[in-house]
Ligand binder design. Structure first.
Ligand SMILES: Nc1ncnc2c1ncn2[C@@H]1O[C@H](COP(=O)(O)OP(=O)(O)O)[C@@H](O)[C@H]1O
Ligand SMILES: [Mg+2]
Length: 627
């Protein structure tokens, strides 16, 4: 694995952020736009949402009736205004109705919670899937320049962060609005003068709330940034490669410090986020709680002054309703605050969903089978290429590369490290796209072909073997889920790894460990070769497929590869020239250009770079059988 230092990683992270920023700016996501997109997420659940809304409205209505009954209980049943004795029969009916309403309210609450949480969680789940699928469609370049931890964090922390908002917002807004409105109506019905006094502070509170929300949104953005940085450090450090690196350089202390520093930032932000608005809510609470006291005072003036008098029942009922106003009002303000906060998160999520893969199928892409030429023919026409994040002033990675591989031919690429050999292999199946020139697959420009059908026709053994943390059998089946055990074994025999696997206690059921660390480099490489043999594609791309093998197993694997590549077009990169002696054409790559081409014998005879490389390897005793 090519470990990147923290500095390099940081650069990659910035690069994508700027990238995303640029694209996001181009799309200029405005706030109503954001709201519209969030609303669109709920579209598949319109039915449930409608039922939820109905329940919320009914529930809220059921909730405001009891206080109105309180007025009747006091003024008609307990202390009838005409001074007659209490009316127990009416009291029983009123109290019974009240309890009945409470029971109904509780039942509606349960149903509403069930509906809310199913809709909310499904919308969150849909968003997660969309993000996952979209990220999978991104081009290879995106992953080489973005930290894995940062990507994971967008999926986990950002989508997870909006889950609460997606679950609660709709019912909270609706439920609280209905409660507030119905409470206001009830208050107006009881006494309009007291109502006026009770709501006089509202407009000020709403203005302050908006300011608090803006601050919270800014902090939320920073919190998510810091969370993703934390995930990135965790992912980089607490992986097999990362821990190996830090242990071998005694860097655990430094890594801990790096983590601790980011952790401090995170704690600070979390506390700031939790505290922002607390003062505001305290003020709201004090004001709202003081209202009944003020009401008693005003009622006193009403009763003793020459204004229209007020009954005890009306005062009690009014303060009961007013007290019920506190929670929904606070609830509404919190939702407004949460919405403002989540805007930052939604913006981050949509920013990722708006990233367009640099490489995608053309609208009228055709499968390889519809291409004019034979499958197995690969042609590079004057291909130049520069990695997207390489500086514009740096020399091109590939410069005017031209070659043809006819079906069944073995074409080899040799040359110094960094010459561009791996890059050529990446361009053939359009994992990257040429900056200039064209790559033709079966006679058609790869840009006109359906990408999946190209991939179906090729098998890649890359320089870095990647195995999943699963059994060897499952790793092999990845290439062909329906492969039988016999086919798997046959592939492993061909790749000269069967005897090794059989020697393991659990055989093919041995778990390979994170990224295959339980296996030696050579074993991993041979499993990777077996995996490709199992896929059985007409084209093989081999990037130093035998480099991690000792000379003895190399010869055996080379035989397997030679046998496997018979009848298939093979593009191979070799470090050891001994493995390409039999190639139909050998291209010598240097500085992004093909500087020499020919067979082994022809190239030796030319006395150029190839001859020099061969002489060096011969001198180092690494080449055998090269007469
Ligand atoms: N993802 C990348 N982004 C930017 N530059 C890259 C990337 N991958 C490789 N390069 C650069 O491109 C050049 C060719 O790399 P590569 O094709 O891997 O060489 P080779 O396989 O011949 O050793 C090198 O200079 C390398 O640093
Ligand atoms: Mg390479």
């Amino acid at each position: 694995m090519s470990m990147r230092g923290p500095g390099a990683g940081k650069g990659g992270f910035r690069a994508v952020d700027e990238d995303a920023q640029r694209r996001a700016n181009a799309a200029a996501p405005r706030i109503p736009e954001l709201g519209r997109r969030v609303a669109a997420l709920f579209r598949p659940y319109r039915g449930r949402l409608a039922v939820t809304c109905a329940l919320v409205v009914v529930g809220a209505a059921v909730g405001v009736i009891p206080p109105l009954l309180v007025e009747r209980i006091f003024d008609d049943a307990l202390f009838p205004l005409d001074g007659s004795p209490p009316r127990l029969d009416l009291l029983a009916v009123l109290v019974g109705s009240m309890i009945g309403l409470f029971v109904a309210g509780a039942g509606i609450g349960i149903g509403q919670t069930w509906l809310t949480s199913t809709v909310g969680n499904r919308v969150t789940g849909d968003l997660r899937i969309r993000m996952f699928d979209h990220l999978q469609a991104m081009d290879l370049g995106f992953f080489t320049r973005t930290k894995t931890g940062v990507i994971q964090s967008r999926l986990q922390n950002d989508v997870g962060g909006v889950s609460g908002v997606l679950t609660n917002t709709v019912t909270s807004i609706l439920g609280n609005t209905v409660t507030v409105v119905s409470a206001l109506v009830a208050m107006l019905l009881i006494d309009w003068r007291l109502t006026l006094i009770a709501v006089v502070m509202m407009p000020i509170l709403i203005v302050v709330q908006r300011r608090v929300g803006q601050v919270r949104a800014r902090i939320a953005g920073q919190t998510q940034e810091s969370l993703s940085e934390l995930s990135a450090i965790t992912q980089e450090t607490l992986s097999v490669s990362g821990i190996l690196l830090s242990k071998s350089f005694n860097r655990q202390r430094a890594e801990s410090d790096r983590y601790a520093a980011e952790n401090r930032t995170q704690i600070g932000l979390q506390v700031r986020q939790a505290m922002s608005g607390q003062g505001f809510f305290a003020v709201v609470q004090v004001i709202m709680s003081s209202v009944p006291a003020v009401i008693y005072l005003v009622a006193g003036f009403f009763i003793s002054g020459d204004a229209a008098p007020i009954t005890a029942g009306a005062v009690v009922a009014f303060t009961t309703v007013q007290a019920r106003l506190l929670m929904p009002l606070m609830g509404l303000m919190r939702v407004a605050l949460d919405l403002q906060t989540s805007r930052a998160l939604f913006a981050r999520i949509f920013e990722y969903l708006d990233l367009t893969p640099a490489i995608a199928d053309a609208p009228r892409a055709v499968p390889v089978s519809a291409a004019p030429g034979p499958v197995g023919r690969i042609e590079f026409r004057d291909v130049s290429f520069r990695y997207p994040d390489a500086g514009a002033e740096s020399p091109a990675t590939l410069d005017g590369v031209t070659f043809i591989a006819e079906p069944g031919q073995h074409i080899a690429f040799v040359g110094p490290s960094g010459a561009g050999k791996t890059t050529i292999l990446y361009l053939a199946p359009r994992l990257y796209e040429p900056t200039a020139g064209a790559v033709l697959f079966a006679g058609a420009d790869v840009r006109t072909l359906a990408h999946a059908s190209i991939i179906d026709d090729i098998g890649i053994v890359s320089q870095e073997t990647y195995l999943f943390h699963a059994s060897i059998r499952d790793n092999l089946r990845y290439a062909r889920p329906d492969a039988t055990d016999a086919e798997i074994e046959a592939a492993c025999v061909a790749a000269n790894i069967h005897h090794v696997i059989s020697g393991f206690e659990d055989g093919y059921d041995t778990t390979v460990g994170e990224r295959g660390y339980r296996l030696s480099g050579g074993e991993k490489q041979r499993i990777a070769i077996a995996r490709v043999l199992l896929k059985d594609p007409p084209i093989l791309l081999l990037d130093e497929a035998t480099s991690a093998l000792d000379t003895v197993s190399e010869r055996v694997v080379q035989e397997a590869i030679d046998a496997a590549s018979r009848g298939r077009t093979t593009l191979s990169i070799a470090h050891r020239l001994s493995t390409v002696v039999g190639a139909d054409v050998i291209h010598v790559v240097d500085g992004g250009r093909i500087v020499e081409s020919g067979t082994h014998v022809e190239l030796l005879g030319r006395g150029g770079l190839y001859a020099t490389l061969a002489a060096q390897q011969l001198a180092a005793g690494r080449i055998d059988g090269l007469g």
